[in-house]
Design a protein around this ligand. Sequence first.
Ligand code: ATP
Ligand code: NI
Length: 313
Amino acid sequence: MSLLEVRDLSVEFPAGENSVKAVSHVSFDVREGETFGLIGESGSGKSVIGLALLRLLPANARISGEIYFQEQDLFFLKPSELRKIRGKKISLMPQNPAGALNPILKNGLQIEEVFEERGVDKKQGMKKSLGLMKKLLLKDPKKLCDLYPHQLSGGMRQRLIACMSLSFEPKLLIADEPTKGLDPEAKTGAVELFTKIKKDYGKTMLLITHDLDLALEVCDRIAVMYAGEIVELDEASKVLSTPMHPYTKGLIRAQPRNGLVPLIGQSPSRIRLSDGCLFHQRCRYSGIECSRKHPEMKNHKGGWIRCHFQSLQ
Ligand SMILES: Nc1ncnc2c1ncn2[C@@H]1O[C@H](COP(=O)(O)OP(=O)(O)OP(=O)(O)O)[C@@H](O)[C@H]1O
Ligand code: NI
């Protein structure tokens, strides 16, 4: 069963007389218990999708489509209903962990604040959090609560934020770029952390990431985004080992272990979208049709791909 259903989601931001098409006609489901990954280069629209799910986009964003969470349409919730969902049933681990912690509050107080904001007994909350911290591989949680955020390593800060995000036992955890800015050791730790959250807690997760190693280890299915659209969607192991879309192939070739072959060219303008495939100018397989006709998502070998020539690959 799907916990989350995103249907034909588009988000535009006004820019002078025009608008930036940040997300275009995105549809996907996140099934109960699964970890669903959104991958793709910077600016492809991943974070905007995460924010749209929590209705945290700025007021000037023009949003269309439908988002169902536990079969409730999130766009039609009253503010009081939305408050019940945000941070409790759906929790977001933000893209910038440093910004998520208040530098002048000791770590313990940060945790207490999460409970205080939501009118929950601090003592009870703290007790639960200490247990959670232990389980999420943070040693000596009491001592850690007595330190300030800057006294923690990047990896530890991330674990602390994970604890805060899991405090209310959310049904869905959205993690935006959890390994960004972490050193290699902390990245390995992050794989361990998310595997634990997935296996031990059975959490349903939406993982937004550039980090294909993390995606391969943790995600069940993946959607690859390019210029605001999903271009490929399938099981994570299939997408990352036998990619079908030319963009996904390029993304994987650009990984250090695959020789760091960069994708040539730049992403297209998001103000005036091309009539054709948004990737055609950078695509080595591009034909005449690709510059003229926008490809639809099609089922291919059990997965989904937006490409005119998928059957040739
Ligand atoms: N508040 C905003 N106003 C105007 N444009 C925005 C706003 N937020 C995002 N955008 C634009 O929307 C597009 C998608 O941005 P988004 O942050 O979702 O990318 P991303 O895939 O998360 O990238 P990154 O990997 O760098 O985090 C970008 O072109 C961005 O400039
Ligand atoms: Ni982002």
